[in-house]
Design a protein around this ligand. Structure first.
Ligand code: OAD
Length: 255
């Protein structure tokens, strides 16, 4: 139960910090109707484990299966809108312009909610690129310009004729260096991290709150459940981010 007192303590920490970093995961988009990564899949996909589909080897073994899985996830995300949590984070960034949002999410609801300069550690589901990274120009492939037989799986890369894949990071792959560098720069100066809606199981994101703590900074976790991050958080706010974040913004107004 997150009491008004805890919310005020979180607001006070925010007020006292010059440089704030926010790390988000799938939980922040859940109230928009997007299931989290570890929520069970429904329908046709219920028998699959998403972690086994989100790999380059799964794609090589069965490109159609993995492409269709991402088409299914795109369908889920297509008509979704930012929720009160996304809007509250954008409002926080308006008040603290140096605030940096680092997300593991492949949707773009932070941007749609008004956040700027969002660092996407795991790519964006809206984008597509060559599976073989053939370096054709442009690197991003606009699949809406291509026609192909969807029964055969992914379209062919317009540059090299091999497969197109979604522009997301799969298990076992390197994170995009530009995103990783931008995140490292933000962490270096950050005194406070808000860790929101992530299970804290996937590196390197899971270690980011520790990076700040080791430098003497603080961490606030917002999540209805406990995670490995709960143990190191200075303040744990239990509850959905779409409720907790607007309460924090209100508490900042009250002070
Ligand atoms: P997970 O699905 O692992 O965890 C979602 C977290 O959100 C859980 O801790 C939930 O308790 C929490 N949660 C649920 N509803 C919430 C709400 N309304 N408000 C706040 N929190 C809520 O998702 P991630 O931690 O994002 O990576 O997963 C991290 C990465 O693991 C994903 O980006 C994906 C996956 O492997 C790749 O695909 C590379």
């Amino acid at each position: 139960m997150t009491t008004p007192n805890l919310i005020q303590k979180a607001a006070a920490l925010i007020r006292d910090s010059q440089n704030i970093t926010v790390l988000t995961g799938a939980g922040v988009s859940r109230e928009s109707g997007i299931p989290t990564f570890r929520d069970a899949l429904d329908g046709l996909w219920a028998r699959f484990n998403p972690q086994e589909l989100a790999t380059a080897s799964a794609f090589m073994a069965n490109p159609k299966l993995v492409w269709d899985f991402y088409e299914y996830r795109r369908d889920i995300m297509r008509d979704k809108s930012p929720n009160a949590g996304h809007f509250a984070l954008a409002e926080l960034q308006r008040r603290y312009p140096s605030l940096v949002v680092i997300t593991q999410n492949i949707d773009e609801l932070h941007e749609q909610g008004g956040s700027t300069g969002v660092i996407h550690l795991h790519g964006r589901i809206a984008g597509n690129k060559c599976f073989y990274n053939c370096q054709g120009d442009p690197t991003m492939v606009d699949v809406s310009l291509l026609s192909w037989d969807k029964e055969n799986g992914p379209p062919a890369c317009p540059h090299c004729g091999r497969w197109v894949r979604p522009d997301v990071v799969w298990f076992g792959e390197m994170l995009p260096p530009a995103a990783l560098n931008a995140a490292a720069e933000a962490l270096q100066v950050s005194e406070l991290m808000l860790v929101i809606g992530t299970s804290g199981l996937v590196m390197p994101a899971a270690d980011m709150p520790m990076v700040i703590k080791r430098r003497g900074g603080k961490a606030i976790e917002i999540n209805p459940d406990d995670t490995p991050i709960s143990d190191i958080a200075d303040i744990k706010l239990s509850g959905p981010s779409g409720e907790i974040l607007p309460r924090i913004v209100e508490a900042l107004d009250e002070a």
